[in-house]
Write a protein that binds this ligand. Structure first.
Ligand code: RB5
Length: 149
């Protein structure tokens, strides 16, 4: 199950992604927003990311105008590793090396076709573990307030 959410600026891209996921028979849950009426991205980031942390959803896809605000908000949720991407390579490597469990994109940055390529790269890649697991472990230690040195 994929959690998907956006603010008003990301709403058009979110709707395109939803149709794309439907076409691929990928299960998703839409955490809003429901229109292009102005709203606050942190609320929607938190809703979708809580569903990932609880185990209800495996990953989150988040859209705002730049992808920046909603990714910053997502990364404040404990257990979330959100990558803000405008290219497919970073999205895939975010999965392979960083075990990213959330993807953020800017609807005002990427077009719909590029956005869908980024989504497919993110969903199609798997974490490689090994030395990367140690590094992701360090990231999570920082989140717990532990010193790495
Ligand atoms: C909304 O205008 C815009 O600020 C928001 O979507 C996002 O780009 C913030 O980072």
């Amino acid at each position: 199950m994929i959690a998907i959410a956006s603010d008003h600026a990301g709403y058009p891209l979110k709707q395109v992604i939803i149709e794309h996921l439907k076409g691929q028979n990928v299960a998703f849950k839409d955490f809003g927003t429901d229109s292009e009426a102005s709203c606050d991205y942190a609320i929607f980031a938190q809703r979708a990311c809580n569903a990932v942390v609880s185990g209800e959803c495996e990953r989150a896809i988040l859209c705002c105008g730049t992808g920046v605000g909603i990714s910053i908000a997502a990364n404040k949720v404990r257990g979330i590793r959100c990558v803000c991407c405008s290219d497919p390579y970073s999205a895939a490597m975010g999965r392979r090396h960083n075990d990213a469990n959330a993807l953020a994109m800017g609807a005002r940055v990427v077009g719909t076709e590029l956005g869908l390529m980024i989504v497919d790269s993110f969903l199609g890649a798997s974490f490689e573990g090994e030395r990367h697991a140690r590094r992701v472990g360090q990231i999570m230690a920082i989140e717990r307030g532990e010193s790495l040195e």
